[in-house]
Design a protein around this ligand. Structure first.
Ligand code: HEM
Length: 382
């Protein structure tokens, strides 16, 4: 049995670079009582074994992310009601319009992430029935959250999280006063069935669900659009192929999954072991903290060969951008449709080219901090 590898002290601050370097040594590493899972197969094993790798990593209520077993399943049923394909697919035309309008409002030179932030806030607000008057506040919050996360200062991240909760509580008051036919109002009147007993959701549970649907995910979608903008600007021939397939949603969605596999901005999630476990040649004791590093698992050469090689169909079955197992992302369809709207707007808007140096994000945030691009409209063929 191989001995646990000590995690090397890595100078890089880019999640993708750190993952690539770590993977060249081992699929699982250990540092000061914490374990990081870098490999693709190992990440899937952790995600698919919730009995050994518990999601109850914090004392704070986190619905359904921080729950296990039956309780998780019961709250997950609530969440899935709002994110099923039947509910979400009809929203696509409005997402496409939002992305097109946002794209048209930008100058010829813009930042890919800035476009991403506008699309993320407008699509999520449209889905949840949030008034457009919250837009400025939510945009400012995404930036503040990213800066706080990058700083690694826990007091700052806690303060930013509290600001978000305050925004959500105001939105709830707003919905209580002016009841509407939207997911936020429905959630406020919804119930959960625990051990056969149906009860109303508490205010804390509603706030937690809304926070988990929006706070991190606004940032993830914004960063994902930055990744897509960078990819299009640096892969002209693939952009041309996708333009030819613009009416083929399946091809566009596969392409998006593959672009995010190559550069996954949703870096990691945590677990805690309930018992000792063998993984990637390591023995992990019970009660150990374990981090699944999705960015790295999505670039594992053992699963994908050359990690930057673009092969949407060939790589699909091992793609872990939206996770695996019982906690796999319930927002996958919603996220994919928002991203597809943004991709279609960029493809229709002409060719993208980088105008200056791009800047990588720093851990624990992934993707790009800056993607300066210029668009050149294509001549209209008569
Ligand atoms: C690019 C965008 C997104 C990416 C890459 C992403 C990725 C992920 C991943 C990897 C997980 C698994 C977490 C784990 O195993 O601990 C997850 C879970 C989750 N995601 Fe997403 N996500 C995205 C967007 C969204 C959106 C738009 C929503 C909802 C509106 C959403 C809601 C959730 C929730 C509630 C969970 C927890 C599920 C559970 O614990 O059962 N995500 N996401």
């Amino acid at each position: 049995m191989a001995r646990p590898h000590q995690q090397r002290r890595l100078m890089a601050a880019d999640a993708r670079e750190i993952g690539d370097r770590a993977l060249s040594h081992c699929p699982v590493s250990h540092d000061q009582g914490s374990w990081t899972v870098w490999g693709n197969e190992e990440a899937r094993r952790v995600a698919e074994d919730p009995e050994t790798y518990s999601s109850r990593v914090s004392a704070h209520l986190s619905v359904p992310n921080g729950m296990d077993g039956e309780l998780h399943g019961q709250f997950r049923e609530v969440v899935d009601r709002y994110l099923s394909d039947a509910v979400i697919l009809p929203l696509y035309p409005s997402f496409e319009r939002i992305a097109e309008t946002a794209y048209a409002s930008l100058g010829d030179e813009f930042d890919g992430n800035e476009f991403g932030r506008i699309v993320a806030v407008r699509c999520q607000s449209a889905w949840l029935g949030w008034d457009p008057s919250y837009e400025e506040e939510l945009l400012a919050w995404i930036t503040a959250n990213r800066d706080a996360t990058r700083s690694g200062d826990r007091r700052r991240t806690a303060a930013v999280a509290a600001d978000f909760t305050a925004i959500i509580r105001r939105i709830l008051i707003d919905h209580r006063l002016h009841r509407r036919d939207d997911p936020t109002s429905s959630l406020m009147a919804d119930t959960v069935t625990i051990s056969g007993f149906e009860r109303a959701l508490t205010e804390e549970e509603i706030v937690s669900i809304l926070r988990n649907w929006t706070s991190g995910d606004l940032g993830s979608i914004a960063s994902a659009i930055g990744v897509v903008a960078h990819f299009l600007a640096t892969h002209q021939s693939i952009a041309d192929e996708l333009r030819d397939q613009i009416d083929n949603p399946r091809a566009l969605d596969l392409a998006l999954d593959e672009m995010l596999r190559i550069d996954d901005p949703f870096v990691s999630n945590r677990r805690i072991t309930t018992r000792s476990a063998s993984l990637g040649g390591c023995e992990i004791p019970a009660r150990s903290r374990v981090t699944i590093h999705w960015t790295s698992a999505n670039r594992d050469p053992r699963a994908f060969g050359y990690p930057d090689g673009y092969d949407p169909c060939g790589h699909q079955s091992r793609n872990l951008v939206y996770g695996a197992g019982p906690h796999a992302c319930p927002g996958r369809t919603l996220s994919t449709l928002e991203l597809r709207g943004a991709l279609v707007a960029m493809l229709r808007g002409g060719d993208l080219a980088l105008t200056g140096a791009c800047e990588r994000e720093r851990i624990p945030v992934g993707g790009w901090a800056k993607v300066p691009v210029r668009r050149t409209p294509r001549p209209v063929s008569l």
